[in-house]
Design a protein around this ligand. Structure first.
Ligand SMILES: [Zn+2]
Length: 152
């Protein structure tokens, strides 16, 4: 669906559009924009440079759902660097899926289903198309993180 140029996204409300395969896709918009943020390198306060939108696959209850996260891009004059701020509680860095999707998939595996079966359930129950290899990677990442935190 194409939006008019000046139209602002309706934060918090869901829009529906028709996906590539002809099925409806729900779009939810959330806003995590801040005027200032701390630079991750030198910790000095940096001003917002621009706005970005990140599209993530989210758990859907009635149809496929995309979570559109409106976040900021910040500029630190000390380091001469631009950096984005998008909370890790919403989605891990460089991930196309939300943290909620990852948690749900790991829960399925931990409750005893195979990776292939978990991927199938994710599609049938939550309308999230995810490969069993991705679920395997998330599970491995979670297990290694747990090992590191307990000092093994
Ligand atoms: Zn800096």
């Amino acid at each position: 669906m194409k939006y008019a140029k000046k139209r602002r996204p309706r934060i918090g409300k869901a829009l529906h559009r028709i996906g590539k395969d002809g099925n409806p896709v729900k779009e939810r918009h959330i806003n995590v924009l801040l005027l200032r943020a701390q630079c991750p390198i030198c910790y000095s306060e940096s001003r917002r440079h621009s706005k970005r939108v990140r599209r993530l696959f989210e758990i859907g209850l009635s149809c496929e759902t995309d979570l559109m996260v409106h976040h900021g891009m910040y500029y630190c004059p000390t380091c001469n660097k631009h950096f984005p701020i998008c909370p890790e509680t919403i989605a891990p860095k460089h991930s196309g899926y939300t943290a909620r999707v990852i948690r749900a998939a790991i829960d399925l595996v931990e409750s005893g289903s195979t990776y292939a079966k978990a991927a199938e359930t994710m599609y049938k129950k939550y309308f999230v198309d995810v490969s069993h290899a991705s679920i395997h990677e998330w599970k491995l990442a979670k297990d290694t993180k747990a090992l590191e935190t307990c000092g093994a």
